[in-house]
Design a protein around this ligand. Structure first.
Ligand SMILES: Nc1ncnc2c1ncn2[C@@H]1O[C@H](COP(=O)(O)OP(=O)(O)O)[C@@H](O)[C@H]1O
Ligand code: SF4
Ligand SMILES: [Mg+2]
Length: 343
């Protein structure tokens, strides 16, 4: 393990599902179709960094998270913690992975056992990982999640808490094991707007004050841009653009990123940004062949878009997968068509 490597490396990760067959498919002996939900995703997560993944519903965000956690068996690629591949973990290292990588799920109403008190909910992971000093850890985690004073919450059941308090308990449950990485899957999307703001502020403070990094995934660009240092824009199982947050917001390069940003309401009606709506929705990632995956919805589509664009650096620290940003002569010389597997 190396100190200067990223905390987490996601390298060309793939997850294909086999589509459930209908009775007719079985009778006609049709080959099962592949759902290419995550198809060659790569990025690094550094110490104390917050990396975002943004994309419409169905683009593969939750599948990415479940696959990188090992909860779905990956179809290809690799996940490395401090340079060590998930595939090479010993039993002890795997346990350590599940201590140091924690998840906050989308639905606080669903992710807490209604029959357990807050104290019991927080004690379970501590017992699983055989941690010492459990009472102190539980109180500290509640404090960090701004559930104060902790005594007020210890004996409460989830049903007696508000949506925001429930999500704070989920955050405390993630923090109680002192993780290095938090994976947050749309953690505020089920909450009302004012609660969203306070939970986002809490997460942002935690990153600054604790030694923790985060992958934050959402369909909502405004929440992603509030908290993330870098944003990956995902479309149909692949990353189509990666950029530092401000640069992406000010100058999105990929037509899909442009459409997402143009769809955000403009507070000033006299502002010169045109507001456009992205037509259609993300199709299912089934039986996808060659070509840019966004081409059926792209206003800039060209003939060359029938070929899959590589994920190339367009400026220092910025990459896109779009033929608009290519040197096509160099591209032809490369004579290769690669998915988004370069960092
Ligand atoms: N268990 C599964 N079996 C088959 N297809 C799945 C399964 N889980 C997700 N999918 C499909 O994979 C794609 C990505 O889904 P998901 O990761 O849930 O997207 P997101 O979280 O971005 O909304 C969708 O087309 C979805 O229908
Ligand atoms: S590669 Fe072509 S179809 Fe795809 S986003 Fe770029 S211009 Fe549009
Ligand atoms: Mg999801």
């Amino acid at each position: 393990m190396s100190a200067d490597r990223p905390v987490l490396e996601i390298d060309n990760l793939q997850k294909y599902f086999t589509k459930k067959q209908s009775f007719l498919d079985t009778v006609l002996r049709r080959d099962p179709e592949l759902v290419q939900a995550v198809d060659g995703i790569s990025f690094d997560l550094d110490d104390n960094e917050v990396v975002g993944v943004i994309g419409e519903s169905g683009c593969g965000k939750t599948t990415l998270l479940m696959t990188l956690l090992g909860l779905y068996e990956k179809s290809g690629g690799d996940v490395r913690l401090h340079g060590k591949s998930y595939d090479e973990f010993t039993k002890t290292e795997q346990r350590e992975f599940y201590r140091s990588v924690q998840v906050i799920f989308q639905d606080p109403f669903d992710s807490l056992d209604p029959k357990k008190t807050v104290e019991q909910i927080l004690r379970i992971p501590l017992k699983v990982h055989d941690m010492d000093d459990q009472d102190r850890r539980i109180r500290e985690a509640l404090e960090m999640a701004e559930l104060r004073p902790p005594e007020r919450y210890l004996d409460q059941y989830p049903d007696s808490l508000s949506g925001g308090e429930k999500q704070r308990v989920s955050i405390a449950r993630a923090l109680v094991l002192e993780p290095e990485v938090i994976l947050a899957d749309e953690p505020v999307s089920m909450l009302d707007v004012s609660t969203q703001a306070s939970i986002l502020k809490l997460l942002s403070n935690l990153i600054q004050e604790q030694d923790v990094s985060m992958i934050y995934i959402s369909h909502d660009l405004s929440t992603v841009s509030y908290i993330c240092d870098t944003i990956n824009v995902m479309y149909l199982g692949r990353i189509v653009e990666r950029a530092p947050t401000l640069e992406l917001l000010q100058d999105p390069k990929h037509p899909y990123s442009q459409a997402l940003i143009n769809a955000i309401p403009v507070p000033n009606p006299h502002a010169d940004r045109q507001r456009t709506q992205l037509e259609g929705s993300t199709p299912d990632p089934i039986g996808i062949g060659e070509g840019c995956r966004f081409r059926d919805r792209c206003p800039e589509r060209m003939d060359v878009c029938e070929k899959t664009p590589a994920f190339l650096e367009v400026e220092p620290g910025r990459r896109t997968a779009c033929h608009l940003h290519y040197d096509h002569e160099a591209y032809e010389e490369r004579k290769e068509v690669v998915p988004s597997k370069e960092h």
